[in-house]
Design a protein around this ligand. Structure first.
Ligand code: FEO
Length: 169
C-alpha cells in the first residue's frame, strides 16, 4: 500500500504527465498550422511519450492497491512566437517536470516509502534524457535560424522521429 499523502501526490503527477502530453500536442498543432510537418511529428512523438509516462503512474497506483483519481487537465498554451520560442518552452517545461519528480522522491524518503522511491528512480533517469533531448532539439532549431534552408533541414530531421514504446519494467 501507499499512504494517502503519497496516493494524492502520485495522482497529481499522473495529471502532470497528461498535461505534458496535452502541451506537446498543442505545440504539434501550432507546427501543423505553419506547415512544419516534421516539427509537428517531433511533438506528436513527445506527446505519446508523455501519455506513456502517465500510464506508468496509473499502473503503479493500481498495483499498490490505491485509487486512480483523474482530475481536470489544464488548458495548454496554444500559440508561440517562433519555433525557437516553442523549444525554449519545451526545455523549461522539462526542467519543471524534473523538479516535480525530485519533490516526489523527497516525499518518498520522508514517508519511508521505499517501493515508491524505487519506482521513481526510472523517472529520475528519464528526466536526464528528457532535458538532454529538449536541449539538443533547441540547439538545432537555433542553428537552423542562421541559414536559409536550415528550418527545412531540421524539419526533415524531426520528421524521422519515431515513437518507441519503452518496455523496461
Ligand atoms: Fe514526462 Fe517529458 O517528462
Amino acid at each position: 500500500m501507499v499512504n494517502a499523502k503519497m496516493e494524492e501526490a502520485l495522482n497529481k503527477q499522473l495529471n502532470a504527465e497528461l498535461y505534458s502530453g496535452y502541451l506537446y500536442l498543442s505545440m504539434a498543432a501550432y507546427f501543423e498550422e505553419i506547415d512544419l510537418g516534421g516539427f509537428a511529428n517531433w511533438m506528436r512523438v513527445q506527446a505519446q511519450e508523455e501519455l506513456s509516462h502517465g500510464m506508468r503512474f496509473y499502473d503503479y497506483i493500481v498495483q499498490r492497491g490505491a485509487r486512480v483519481t483523474l482530475s481536470e487537465i489544464e488548458k495548454p498554451q496554444s500559440s508561440w512566437e517562433s519555433p525557437v520560442d516553442v523549444f525554449e518552452h519545451v526545455l523549461s517545461h522539462e526542467k519543471t517536470v524534473s523538479g516535480l519528480i525530485d519533490d516526489l522522491v523527497d516525499l518518498s524518503i520522508e514517508e519511508r516509502d521505499h517501493s515508491t522511491n524505487n519506482f521513481l528512480q526510472w523517472f529520475v533517469a528519464e528526466q536526464v534524457e528528457e532535458e538532454e533531448s529538449a536541449s539538443s532539439a533547441l540547439n538545432k532549431v537555433k542553428l537552423a535560424n542562421e541559414s536559409s534552408n536550415g528550418l527545412f533541414l531540421v524539419d526533415s530531421d524531426f520528421g524521422t522521429r519515431v515513437y518507441t514504446p519503452d518496455t523496461s519494467e
